[in-house]
Design a protein around this ligand. Structure first.
Ligand SMILES: *Cc1c(COP(=O)(O)O)cnc(C)c1O
Length: 316
């Protein structure tokens, strides 16, 4: 897997942004630790998902590229696949839930993808995309359970670990576990001492339960504000990787997530979406006991202005 991650790094050079690593002296003082944020909110499409999508789609054969691609996603994966489809001139169809944030929906359409909307209360997105896929011969670009997607996502942590030495720990948001599994493999290949912790919303704690029970737990359509982590369960590929490479799982409350979004904006002057703020939420709420040098992956920054306003005013 590490070989695939290193190849992904080469493939992404010149296409993905090398995102900055930021820190906050106010936060370091508050926690008595040194925290290094890898800012994937500044990645193309505003989230790390560009990395996996580009790594995966650019490797399709000519026939697959000619027929077209399809993806289902609550947002950032959709935008990533749509942008890469546009860059590589591939016909792209995206299946999205009717509760996806408006900014994500509009951005996906803006990249020229065809969008098919479904109701997550009554319809299963996998079934919808499978039926379209079979009808038109499109290639499905899975959101996380695909080795090339995982290898691409892993390059963010790889860059962080190349830049900041001697990390004691790394905190990574977890939905379907593509980012977390890849980050853990990448981090440990360069810094074996680094303890990797996956962070989930308490309201979507399926991965936490799966990790500690050893059985794949599924939780359909969870109600967390962190929409990037609303995936029902880990995947067949990501679950065993997480069991093998991740050191701990942790959950944070909705209030802690909102507090972290507020802190990112008001103290660090950066816009971070709720899913992207899970690492800071674990630190500020003292769920994670902060000591030494801590890396945090800020996974994305795509948040509806209205949701952001509600969070800032304490109403949402
Ligand atoms: C997709 C996403 C996640 C979760 O990533 P997985 O690979 O599904 O675990 C977290 N944060 C943001 C912003 C995302 O877009």
């Amino acid at each position: 897997m590490i070989e695939q991650i290193n190849q992904a790094k080469i493939r992404l050079a010149g296409h993905a942004h090398r995102t900055p690593v930021l820190s906050s002296s106010a936060l370091n003082k508050l926690l008595g630790a040194e925290v290094f944020f890898k800012c994937e909110n500044f990645q193309r499409i505003g989230a790390f998902k560009f990395r996996g999508a580009f790594n995966c789609i650019s490797q399709l054969n000519e026939d697959e590229k000619k027929r077209g691609i399809i993806a289902y996603s609550s947002g950032n994966h959709a935008q990533a696949v749509a942008l890469v489809g546009k860059m590589l001139n591939i016909k792209t169809t995206i299946v999205m839930p009717n509760n996806a944030p408006e900014v994500k929906l509009n951005a996906t359409k803006g990249y020229g993808a065809e969008v098919v909307i479904f109701d997550p209360e009554t319809q299963i997105r996998e079934e919808i995309s499978e039926s379209i896929q079979e009808k038109y011969g499109y290639t499905l670009i899975a959101p996380f359970d695909n080795k090339q997607i995982i290898a691409g996502q892993a390059t963010a942590a790889l860059e962080l670990c190349e830049e900041i030495s001697d990390l004691d720990s790394l905190l990574v948001p977890c939905g379907g576990g593509g980012l977390l599994s890849g980050s853990a493999i990448a981090a440990k290949s360069i810094q074996p001492q680094c303890k990797v912790t996956g962070i989930e919303p308490e309201l979507a704690n399926d991965a936490y339960q799966s990790y500690y029970t050893g059985k794949l737990v599924s939780q359909p359509n969870p109600k967390t504000i962190a929409d990037g982590t609303r995936t029902a369960s880990l995947g067949e590929i990501t679950f065993p990787l997480i069991q093998k490479y991740v050191d701990a799982m942790m959950t944070v409350t909705e209030e802690a997530i909102k507090e972290a979004v507020r802190f990112h904006l008001t103290r660090m002057k950066i816009v971070v979406e709720p899913s992207g703020a899970l690492g800071l939420a674990a630190l500020l709420s003292q769920q994670f006991n902060a000591t030494g040098k801590i890396g945090v992956i800020i996974s994305g920054g795509n948040i509806d202005p209205i949701t952001l306003t509600h969070i800032l005013s304490g109403k949402s």
